[in-house]
Design a protein around this ligand. Structure first.
Ligand code: SF4
Ligand code: SF4
Length: 324
């Protein structure tokens, strides 16, 4: 995979962007929970990744559980909390309570005012999710333009799922193109065809994950069937878009040699002969605790590429290039 391009061959994307005459609405608002700079694993070159809130899938192993709800949320770090209860006293809506020293916020009451976060003496609270305009997000992304130009990078929309905020995603991608930025996204592909098509025409580099080849197993692990995802993947590939398919390899869910064989068949039918394998990791474990919810993969051993070599080779038997 090519991550960096020569500065001399870098073409501003304003010159190659797909034709679209209607200008972006830069005042359109969306909910974003993180903007991460200097990323080198989320598309070509150096990138700024915009994490959008809300996801139609609820994968049991999700590394960003704070992305799943579409609403802003208050996270509590029990390691920092000094149990002064000031947050509960300060909250003007009495949304905070403590049960056996465990913080709880009632999301149906909280109006996300952030007072508890600002006033916590131990910095134990964090708000995930802010309403931002397209222009506000772009102002941050633009701060690193020089690095994009040197590396062939740009902006990546991740999540959560950008297709859950289609108007915001479309306007942000359009505005990025108007500014001459390369655009990428990491998508589940789970949306109606019309929505998917409308957004993807503004994306220069598309990462799409497939969590399971079997529709019922897919539903067991993620909460939704996979047919729409596979259809949209095929559509994007047929359109000639730059689609990069990935499989998160999850212990006990999709990690047998038979799974690899079925994945290879499914992906070949969808029109791709290349796949990236993402070994399961435990990066999100602490966040489940902060969100006050249980984590089904607690204590599960992380995978490393060397553990999955036989799995990877199975794809090659079907003429696919599989890599980590
Ligand atoms: S104000 Fe902060 S330190 Fe005090 S109880 Fe609330 S979360 Fe804990
Ligand atoms: S964000 Fe505001 S309303 Fe929500 S729990 Fe904190 S203080 Fe209460």
């Amino acid at each position: 995979m090519k991550f960096f391009v020569d500065i001399c061959t870098y073409t501003p994307y304003s010159k190659v962007m797909k034709t679209n005459h209607e200008k972006a609405d830069r005042q359109c608002r969306g909910t974003v929970f993180n903007i991460q700079k200097f990323s080198v694993n989320d598309g070509p070159g150096i990138r700024t990744v915009v994490f959008m809130k809300g996801c139609p899938l609820h994968c049991a192993w999700c590394a960003n559980p704070e992305s799943q709800s579409a609403c802003p949320q208050i996270l509590w770090d029990k390691r920092k909390c000094i149990h002064c209860q000031q947050c509960a006293e300060n909250c003007h809506l009495s949304a905070i309570s403590f049960h056996e020293d465990h913080f709880h916020v009632d999301d149906t009451i909280c109006d996300s005012c952030s007072l508890c976060v600002r006033e916590c003496p131990a910095a134990a609270l964090k708000k995930e999710g802010e309403r931002n305009t397209v222009q506000e997000v772009l102002n941050i992304v633009e701060q690193d333009r020089v690095f994009y130009e040197e590396s062939g990078g740009g902006i990546t929309l991740s999540g959560g799922e950008l297709l859950m905020q289609p108007r915001f995603a479309e306007n942000l991608l359009k505005a990025a193109h108007e500014n001459g930025l390369h655009t990428a996204c990491e998508t589940t592909g789970f949306a109606q065809k019309e929505t998917f098509a409308k957004i993807m025409k503004h994306v220069d580099w598309i990462y799409m994950d497939l969590k399971h080849w079997d529709p019922h197993k897919h539903k067991e692990g993620t909460g939704v069937f996979n047919e729409i995802i596979i259809e949209n993947m095929k559509y994007a590939i047929d359109q000639g878009y730059d689609v990069h398919v990935r499989i998160p390899v999850i212990p006990g869910f999709n990690d047998t040699i038979e799974d690899a064989r079925h994945f290879a068949e499914t992906l070949r039918k969808a029109g791709t002969d290349e796949v990236q394998l993402l070994p399961f990791h435990q990066f999100g474990e602490n966040k489940y605790d902060m969100l006050d919810c249980s984590y089904a993969y607690e204590n599960k051993k992380a995978y490393h590429p060397e553990d999955l070599e036989e799995y990877r080779k199975e794809f090659e038997k079907f003429g696919m290039h599989a890599f980590f």
